[in-house]
Structures are given as C-alpha cells and as structure tokens.
Design a protein around this ligand. Structure first.
Ligand code: DAH
Length: 347
C-alpha cells in the first residue's frame, strides 16, 4: 500500500470517475457506501491513521478529513441535482391542466313519439281528461264484441289482427280500453287512452306496432259540437297555430254517426299542389271519431237512455310525422341516434 498521499490521490481519482458515471440517486448512494461507508475507501484509510508515526498523524489526519469533506460535499451536491432532475421528470409526466373543460356527457332526448304523446296528454289533461291504460294482449270481447263488432262483422277484416293462443290477440286499437274504463268507473267519464297497438301491416306508412290516442267522454246531453270543440282545440295546440278543420262522414261500428276529421295542411295550408305532406290535397287526416254507439255504452254497463258520449281515436306516430315533416314512418323504429337527436327535444 502506498503513502497516505498516494492513497488520497488514488481515492480522489477513483471517486471522480465513479461520481461522473453515477446518474441516479441509487447509484450515488452506492458511491457513498463505497467511499464513506463503514468499509469504504476513506474509512479504511482513516483506520490506518493510528499505525502512523506520531509526527505524521496530524498532517495525514488533515489531508484525510479534507478528502472526506470534499467527497461529502461533491456527493450531496450531485444528490441534490439528481433529485431535482428526477422530480422534474416526474412532474413532466404527471402534468395536469386544471383549466381544461371537463368531458361532457351527451344529453339524452325524448323520442318524437314519446314527446307527442306527452304533449297530447298535457293538452287533454288541461281540458279535464284523465289518462287510462289497458292491456296490450286483449280478448275478443274487449277488442271487438263490446265495441259492436260481432263475429263475422266485415269490420274485423279492416284490422289485420295478430291472434295469440286461447282466443287472445294483440289489441288492434286502443278502443278496448273504452269498454274496460266504462265498466270500471261508469258515467260520467272523461278519459284519454294513449298506447301501443298492433296490426299485420308494414310499409312506408304502416308499422306492425304503432301508437294511438283514444278519447272517450260520457255524460248527459253531449253533442257533436262538444267533440268538435275538443278536437279542434287539440289540433291548434299540438300544431302550434289556428288550423281550419273539416269533417267527412265515415263509418265505425262503435260510433253513430261516425266522422273523420281533417285539418288544413300544416306545411302548405293548401297552397302547394305538389306538397309532400298533404300530397296536394291541402288537408291532413287527423282522427276518426263519432258519437258513442248505444251498444257500446251498454257493453260498458252504462244506460244509453240517460247518458251519451263521444269518442275518437288518432294515430300518434302520424301526428308526429306531420309535426316533424317526415314522410317515412320507419325512422321512428330504427333507433338512429342522429335522427333521434335532431328531432328530440331535450327536457
Ligand atoms: N279504433 C279506430 C281505429 O283503430 C279509431 C277510432 C275511430 C276510435 C273512431 C274511436 C272512434 O274511438 O270513435 O281505426
């Protein structure tokens, strides 16, 4: 082993080369152990002090202490630098811009038919009607017989019925709920019946499942004028402006007389012979209606000698198509979000 001075020089050179290649806090800690640890280079040299001749000790001690201080200082400086670099690197990776706007959630929208249904309910409820519901799987009595449509009546052919087992069927209209409601609540009665109905029919303007809104008012001394007043008020409110109305004679087994109501075309008011919505006729068919047939009142347990009433049934999908200017009913059932969002009102 060389003299203390030679050793100090060797250690210093060795330390400098090790320090320059130690790039992480872990590596620096390794260097510290290697030089200042219990069995480190500097420590073992300090242990040799005792074996030196007494006159050399003070000078050797001073040189060794200097070396230790130098190493200590260099290590702590590098450790600090290195820690700074590591923190900066972590901060760069974890950088967060707290001023960024949050990620929005898309708003849902009501389906156009659901919207029209709700609007129609609001309008009739404001006139004093209550909302009634009934089963979609019906029996022959409520769907036909009680509505004055006996077996073999030609009116049964007008409605392509889905028959189920045990004589049950999918209701072809909301009218069966008229009979159910009269039997349940009696007269006087003022109800609307929104709901799904089913027919074996499918094309651009017919869907095997569609939506109707039925109405029934039973009281004393009811006239056609009451019916017209009610439905014209409804049409004006749902389409948002005063519309001319007209009535055509029609036939339904459950009303006598029976009518069909048209309103002036909401798109062209009859001014455009090539109007897409009214096909140039100037009129839109809105609803079937009439004065409730005495047989229907009786099927509902109501005395036709004392009470009479009116009823109507309209297609809600059709009203939605007219209101939104559509000519293909199928878009309502395809679940296309772009379409639904463009027509759906957010509430
Ligand atoms: N039930 C008829 C249908 O589905 C619609 C209807 C017409 C209902 C006249 C009525 C009415 O209550 O009076 O075609």
């Amino acid at each position: 082993m060389g003299s203390i001075h030679e050793e100090v020089e060797r250690i210093q050179t060795l330390f400098e080369s090790e320090l320059s290649s130690a790039g992480t806090l872990d590596a620096l800690q390794g260097v510290r152990v290697r030089f200042l640890g219990k069995k480190g280079e500097v420590t073992s040299l300090l242990k040799r002090l005792g074996s030196l001749p007494a006159e050399e000790r003070p000078e050797a001690g001073r040189v060794l202490n200097e070396l230790r201080d130098l190493i200590e200082e260099a290590l702590s400086r590098r450790t600090e630098e290195c820690a700074g670099v590591q923190v900066a690197a972590r901060e760069a990776g974890e950088w967060l811009d707290v001023t960024l706007p949050g990620r929005g959630r898309p708003w849902g929208a009501f389906h156009p038919v659901a919207q029209i249904t709700q609007e129609a309910i609001d309008i009739f409820v404001s006139m004093g009607f209550s909302v009634a519901y009934g089963p979609e799987v019906e029996d022959d009595f409520h769907n036909f017989e009680g509505l004055n449509i006996p077996p073999h009546h030609p009116a049964r052919d007008m409605q392509d019925t889905f028959y189920l087992e045990n004589g049950l069927l999918l209701r072809t209209h909301t009218s069966p709920v008229e009979v159910r409601s009269m039997r349940r609540w009696g007269a006087p009665l003022r109800i609307i019946i929104p709901g799904k109905v089913f027919r074996r029919d499918s094309d651009q303007t017919h869907s095997p499942m569609f939506h109707q809104l039925e109405g029934l008012l039973v009281d004393e001394n009811i006239s056609l004028a009451h019916l017209k007043g009610c439905l014209e008020a409804f049409a004006n409110r749902i389409f948002g402006r005063q519309l001319a109305a007209r009535y055509r004679a029609s036939y339904f087994p459950f009303t006598e007389p029976s009518l069909e109501m048209d309103v002036e075309c909401v798109a062209c008011s009859g001014k455009n012979p090539s109007c897409r919505i009214c096909k140039g006729s100037g009129w839109l068919e809105i609803s079937g209606m009439g004065m409730t047939h005495p047989n229907v009142l009786m099927a509902g347990g109501i005395d036709p000698a004392r009470y009479n009433g009116f009823a109507w049934g309209m297609g809600l999908d059709r009203i939605a198509m007219l209101k939104y200017g559509l000519n293909d009913l199928r878009v309502f059932f395809e679940g296309d979000l772009a379409f639904l969002n463009s027509k759906g009102e957010r509430r």
